[in-house]
Ligand binder design. Structure first.
Ligand code: GRG
Length: 307
């Protein structure tokens, strides 16, 4: 029992990332659920919803909401873009899994889109999600000046195209089976294929909230560092995790003779490099108070995650 003259021990309030991620993921999942109603032709909407609502960490939308909040914006301002980021991410997974690319049977613990709906519909489901993402930002964003919405749309376009995901994927495909891939080429592949969308997720939340150029640049550097760390850990998990943990086939990189960070540096050195990048990302957040705790904790989560 605590009496009036007894001192209540001061509990250190450490940020609870698990609760935060769960809460934000639930918010995003609800928004995604209502973002894409089924209409005619039902088959394509079902295929789009199948992959969009198949789970996943929702890291990109969560990052977008976190930076919008850090810069003083609201959930309402960022949620349409957060959903669009997940639509784009999902379409890239659908296309990446196709027989013409990585030829995967499982994703997020479920059969891949083409395994359920066939290759033709899977291609179209990806295309449908990609175009709907842009429509969704343009028509659903509220309480944000039009020029900020336009900047987000332009950034999204650049991120998915040849200057981003598409470019990274092309170089990735071309590098398969080659033994002379340099660290620079590998970094180019991953900053484009994986890093670009993570960076745009972070930056778009800040832009929607009206962040200054300096703030956007600082957050860009945070994002570039976590983007590369994320991919290094992805490469490590492809070797060390189980299929149940990842929800997809493992060991694909070795099988496809892909150059990866562990193949260049070994697993231990790859872990050291990933932690260095995370430390650098967190250093970018020095000017911000405890309001940046979610971004700091997410950066750390990137190297400790098991899936
Ligand atoms: C964008 C027009 C357009 C085409 C796609 C196929 C392709 C071009 C690019 C490949 C992009 C790709 C699949 C990159 C890998 C990114 C990555 C590390 C995915 C795993 O992300 P997680 O761990 O997955 O966040 P969950 O399931 O949690 O969302």
């Amino acid at each position: 029992m605590v009496t009036t003259d007894e001192k209540i021990p001061q509990q250190r309030t450490s940020f609870d990332l698990t609760s935060y991620l769960k809460h934000q993921k639930d918010l995003v999942d609800q928004a995604l659920e209502s973002s894409l109603p089924i209409t005619k032709p039902e088959k394509i909407y079902e295929a789009m919803r199948y992959s969009l609502l198949a789970g996943g960490k929702r890291l990109r939308p969560i990052l977008c909401l976190a930076t919008c909040d850090l810069m003083g914006g609201t959930v309402e301002m960022a949620m349409p873009t957060a959903c669009a980021l997940e639509m784009i991410h999902t379409m890239s997974l659908i296309h990446d899994d196709l027989p013409a690319m990585d030829n995967d049977d499982y994703r997020r613990g479920k059969l891949t889109n083409h395994k359920v709906y066939g290759e033709d519909i899977a291609i179209l489901a990806g295309d449908g999600l990609l175009s709907y993402a842009f429509e969704y930002v343009a028509t659903q964003t509220r309480n944000v000046p039009p020029e900020q919405i336009l900047e987000v749309i332009a950034r999204l376009g650049r991120t998915v195209g040849a200057a981003g995901l598409v470019g990274g994927q092309v170089l990735d495909l071309e590098s398969e089976g080659k033994s002379d891939i340099t660290p620079e080429t590998l970094t180019f592949i991953h900053t484009h294929k994986t890093g670009a969308l993570l960076e745009t997720s972070v930056v778009s939340g800040a832009i929607l909230a009206g962040a200054t150029r300096e703030e956007v640049e600082k957050l860009s550097r945070y994002a570039q560092n976590i983007g590369l760390a994320f991919q290094i850990v992805d490469d490590i998990l492809d070797i060390t995790a189980t299929q149940e943990e990842l929800g997809k086939s493992i060991g694909k990189d070795v099988q496809a003779q892909k150059a990866t960070y562990p193949s260049l540096w070994g697993i231990e050195e790859s872990k050291v490099q990933a932690q260095k990048l995370v430390d650098e990302a967190i250093a970018q957040l020095a000017p911000y108070s405890e309001k940046a705790e979610p971004l700091r904790a997410i950066a750390q989560f990137i190297v400790t995650r098991t899936h």
